[in-house]
Design a protein around this ligand. Structure first.
Ligand SMILES: *Cc1c(COP(=O)(O)O)cnc(C)c1O
Length: 351
């Protein structure tokens, strides 16, 4: 095995609801609000699409997800050759890292962001430069300053997981103007659909002006298809063609493609989900204790506390499984009943 893999560990899922109930003696239902999934599930059209194609399971999928590719390229008005699909963004991140990084290279990203950028860089024996957050926000200037002649990838997450914060169109535009044009800037927008801020980047427009900008999107979060694994990157055709060489030919499953297509075509349903989320999110920020929360543009809220384990346990006791971090707890916005219970806890908690 590659030596550098010894310093990593496999992904650690939290305890299952059943194990948690036993460990904490909890009665009643437990809701999993730890992974930012859409509890409402996908559009009902998804079930119809999957059912209609159930008899095709013995066929391999069509390589390159052509139906989904056509739908997305038509909607976004971009050439079909500029999209690469993965089994979730996790696989997209893996493919990019594998295609680009060699020992001695480095990546630049932020501390407290999505862990897979670092994980995959370490597998390729690349160095990782993590720039500290600036009050919960990406420090884009700090990231620019950390870039050196060995930098091969720059990873940005907007809005950021786990903080929920974002950077604006002007900030991203400035960043892309300043960043060396030969280094890919990867902009992970896994939560873009939930954003309500007017000054959020039109990153597709910026991508058209900067051939080194890459846009990552997923069907796992707002579209509610985390279980089927579909994500994609939009980039210049030349980069996509190269990365496509290492893509496993049948990486996106047959039913996954049909499901993502049905979800993508039901934008009215997506809007109902994001409207709901915005409304529930506001309830969290209506309490004075929200001074402890980073401002969120996503379907989760990061609560700062130096007693994360205590807060995690109090939330468990009202039936909610959240995600503890060393300096806080990340809460996925759930159904109104759970949100109200969590807000009650957050109102009385001793931070
Ligand atoms: C959830 C998440 C992903 C991974 O999404 P998949 O498409 O399910 O692999 C990528 N980036 C961020 C920031 C995420 O939160």
């Amino acid at each position: 095995m590659k030596k550098q893999i010894e310093q990593l560990s496999a992904y650690q899922p939290g305890l299952s609801p059943r194990a948690l109930k036993e460990a904490y003696g909890i009665e009643g239902e437990l809701y999993k609000l730890a992974s930012n999934e859409n509890l409402h599930g996908p559009s009902p059209k998804v079930k119809e699409a999957i059912t209609a194609h159930l008899d095709e399971l013995y066929y391999y999928p069509e390589t390159g997800s052509p139906l989904l590719r056509e739908a997305i390229s038509n909607e976004l008005n971009i050439d079909e050759s500029r999209i690469l699909f993965g089994a979730g963004l996790d696989e997209v991140i893996l493919m990019i890292s594998r295609a680009v990084l060699t020992p001695g290279d480095n990546i630049v990203t932020s501390e407290m962001t999505f862990g897979q950028y670092t994980h995959n860089a370490v597998v390729e024996a690349a160095e990782v430069k993590q720039v500290p957050l600036n009050n919960g926000h990406f420090d884009l200037e700090g990231i620019l300053n950390a870039v050196d002649e060995h930098t091969k990838l720059i990873w940005l997450c907007n809005p950021n997981n786990p903080t929920g914060t974002y950077f604006t169109h002007e900030e991203l535009k400035h960043f892309l103007n300043e960043a060396p044009s030969n280094i890919p800037v990867l902009i992970d927008e896994a939560y873009a659909e939930f954003v309500t801020a007017d000054d959020f980047p039109n990153s597709l427009a910026l991508q058209q002006e900067h051939a080194n900008a890459f846009l990552l999107r997923t069907f796992s979060k707002a579209y509610g298809l985390a279980g089927l694994r579909v994500g994609y990157v939009i980039a210049a055709k030349e980069a996509i063609e190269k990365w496509n060489i290492i893509r496993p030919p049948f990486n996106v499953g047959r039913l996954s493609e049909y499901a993502a297509l049905a979800a993508f075509e039901d934008q009215a349903y997506l809007k109902s989900i994001t409207d709901y989320n915005a409304k529930e999110r506001e309830k969290f920020y209506a309490i004075p204790q929200s001074e402890h929360f980073y401002p969120s543009q996503t379907n989760f809220v990061f609560v700062n506390t130096n007693r994360p384990d205590a807060l995690y346990e109090e939330l468990l006791k009202v039936g909610c499984i959240t995600r503890p971090f060393p300096n806080g707890v990340r809460i996925t916005i759930g159904f109104p009943e759970q949100n109200d219970k969590m807000i009650e806890v957050l109102t009385s908690f001793d931070y």
